[in-house]
Design a protein around this ligand. Structure first.
Ligand SMILES: *[C@@H]1O[C@H](CO)[C@@H](O)[C@H](O)[C@H]1NC(C)=O
Ligand SMILES: *[C@@H]1O[C@H](CO)[C@@H](O)[C@H](O)[C@H]1NC(C)=O
Ligand SMILES: *[C@@H]1O[C@H](CO)[C@@H](O)[C@H](O)[C@H]1NC(C)=O
Ligand SMILES: *[C@@H]1O[C@H](CO)[C@@H](O)[C@H](O)[C@H]1NC(C)=O
Ligand SMILES: *[C@@H]1O[C@H](CO)[C@@H](O)[C@H](O)[C@H]1NC(C)=O
Ligand SMILES: *[C@@H]1O[C@H](CO)[C@@H](O)[C@H](O)[C@H]1NC(C)=O
Length: 510
């Protein structure tokens, strides 16, 4: 068992920033747009009746859950923070309509006078993106064009699982041909150029390492920042929490300061940040506190692409420009081999639904209050009874419940996908990963918090035939959630990059 906080109470600031006090007039590059790239096929964009209408969480929960506590898994003692406000949120996003993918515009007050970029290299870059945009748009509007993969190997059941398989395939291929990422070299490990590769936040370190050193990363990485479409700031919020945060202080200032200093450093040393006010820059972090850390720079928060596990739309996550990152729990560095080898299709799964986990966050107490030890078909536990094994329970259940904990994302979703146990999303304000491309309703079930009391009825109401299709579709999307070393086409690394690419092609820099 690793103690994540005990030994690191003294802040070890590894980076030294010498900020020059040059006063510069910030001339901001503006953004002119033509119509955005639409990945979705709006005609098919209807939610199935499985998606039950939104009702608000009871406001009496307000303030009831803001203790500091430890993550789900006993082996992970990373401290988790949760917000004390309970906002009466009216606009819950079931599915990000990124499809909608309206071109992101920086906030009005940040759009100033816009100079033309001079270098023809930059113009070429933009022209290349314009061509990519046009070809994706063509693919989107003519689903049977020659470039559409009728390829059943890559896209079996394509039109069900993908919002628009042709557009996605075209966009993905354009990304492979063109996309260039510049990774800032500023900063020292561990808080930059490194990150956790084990436990619940592992995707953070895995992505940074793949991007900087992996074969797939090298394919997209450019050493020439003039040729880059996006700029990656490779800092790890999980390691900031480990090295900078003083346990039990609840004080996130050191994290915000680190982020603020990092952005200031790259914006002083390089011309790129100021050119777009950070709109073509991205950060990636899985820690619950990453959104709070990103407050360290208002432009990073409001304008840059933030790739976050904690994709809570009521805490500033903006699906038009931010990217929802799947949380993948690697116990000791790997996925349980049992989970990733589900039994053959049609094997009897004796339980209707399964959940075991602590009372974290606002939703799980409701779930457990209604269903703990109530019904033998619904195996819902706070602590798994002795003699029962977590992975076996997942494999023996038709549906796996994935309630939010202290933050919206849950590693259970990806585990359920691997185990071919249909995920039941129990969350509010959660922008689901890759929902600009994937139709989550084709391989998962969403149950609103207000419907938790009817959970059994809702799940029993799903016809066997429909259930079969959900499972089939899980097998199709699984590759998009797999973390490979080395990374493989269409796997989670590439899907994350594709999400960033999609936001970038909708941003035109004059
Ligand atoms: C809170 O939500 C309820 C239900 O949607 C709504 O009727 C009410 O007006 C909201 N209150 C505020 C202050 O927004
Ligand atoms: C998606 O966005 C478009 C454009 O903003 C809108 O017309 C459409 O109704 C949206 N679709 C859904 C399902 O929200
Ligand atoms: C596209 O292909 C599908 C099946 O391959 C076919 O049913 C459909 O009619 C085609 N649509 C057009 C516009 O050609
Ligand atoms: C970018 O703007 C900041 C703040 O206005 C300024 O301090 C910095 O020197 C500028 N960077 C460059 C490379 O000009
Ligand atoms: C983001 O923009 C909003 C609206 O301009 C502003 O109120 C907020 O403070 C900004 N967020 C941060 C973290 O600066
Ligand atoms: C998402 O953000 C809202 C607003 O801060 C908060 O009330 C809610 O608890 C958050 N969701 C989770 C699961 O943390």
């Amino acid at each position: 068992m690793k103690s994540f906080h005990a030994k690191y109470s003294s802040a070890s600031v590894l980076l030294c920033f010498c900020i020059s006090s040059i006063i510069a007039v910030v001339v901001i590059s503006g953004h002119h747009f033509d119509s955005p790239v639409i990945i979705s096929d709006s005609k098919q964009d209807r939610y199935t009746p499985l998606w039950i209408p939104v009702v608000q969480l009871r406001s009496k929960l307000k303030g009831a859950y803001h203790r500091l506590a430890i993550s789900d898994d006993p082996s992970s003692t990373i401290q988790r923070f949760h917000s004390n406000d309970f906002v009466n949120q009216t606009s819950l996003v079931n599915f990000v309509n990124l499809s909608s993918s309206q071109e992101f515009e920086p906030p009005l007050n940040q759009r100033h006078k816009i100079p033309k970029r001079k270098a023809s290299g930059e113009q070429k870059l933009e022209q290349g993106l314009a061509r990519a945009r046009a070809s994706i748009r063509r693919a989107a509007s003519s689903p049977n064009s020659s470039s559409t993969p009728n390829d059943d190997v890559l896209f079996p059941g394509g039109s069900v699982v993908y919002r628009n398989p042709g557009a996605f395939y075209q966009s993905y291929t354009e990304m492979e041909k063109k996309f260039k990422v510049y990774v800032y070299s500023e900063g020292d490990p561990p808080m930059t150029h490194d990150g956790p590769c084990k436990d619940i936040y592992s995707i953070e370190g895995r992505f940074i390492n793949e991007m900087e050193n992996g074969a797939a990363g090298r394919r997209f990485k450019t050493e020439n920042p003039q040729r880059a479409h996006v700029y990656f700031m490779p800092f790890s919020v999980t390691w900031m929490v480990k090295y900078l945060y003083k346990p039990l202080t609840y004080d996130l200032t050191p994290l915000r300061n680190f982020v603020s200093d990092y952005v200031r450093m790259v914006s002083v040393r390089h011309p790129f940040w100021n050119r777009t006010l950070g709109a073509d820059h991205f950060m990636l972090a899985c820690h619950d506190w990453a959104p709070r850390a990103s407050e360290g720079n208002p432009l990073l928060f409001n304008t840059s692409i933030r790739v976050l596990c904690n994709a809570n739309t009521s805490e500033g996550f903006n699906p038009q420009k931010d990217v929802s990152l799947p949380e993948i729990h690697l116990y000791g560095g790997t996925v349980s081999s049992k989970l990733i080898s589900p039994p053959p299709p049609n094997t009897l799964r004796p339980y209707l639904a399964f959940f075991a986990g602590g009372l974290h966050g606002p939703i799980r107490p409701i779930l457990l209050a209604h269903w703990k030890n109530r019904d033998k078909d619904l195996q819902i536990h706070e602590y798994l009874p002795k003699g029962l094994d977590y992975d076996s329970m997942v494999l023996k259940s038709k549906f796996c419940l994935c309630p939010s904990g202290y933050e919206v994302a849950s590693p259970r979703i990806v585990e359920a996908i691997y185990a071919e146990c249909v995920p039941v999303i129990l969350s509010e304000h959660y922008a689901l990963p890759f929902s600009d491309v994937l139709r989550w309703e084709a391989f998962s079930v969403k149950v609103e918090v207000s419907e938790i009391s009817r959970l059994k009825e809702v799940l029993m109401g799903i016809p066997e035939e429909k259930y079969g299709r959900l499972v089939e579709n899980l097998r199709v999307v699984r590759k998009h959630f797999e973390l490979n070393q080395p990374a493989k086409r269409f796997d989670v690394f590439h899907m994350i990059l594709h999400s960033v690419w999609l936001r970038r092609i909708n941003l035109r820099i004059a």
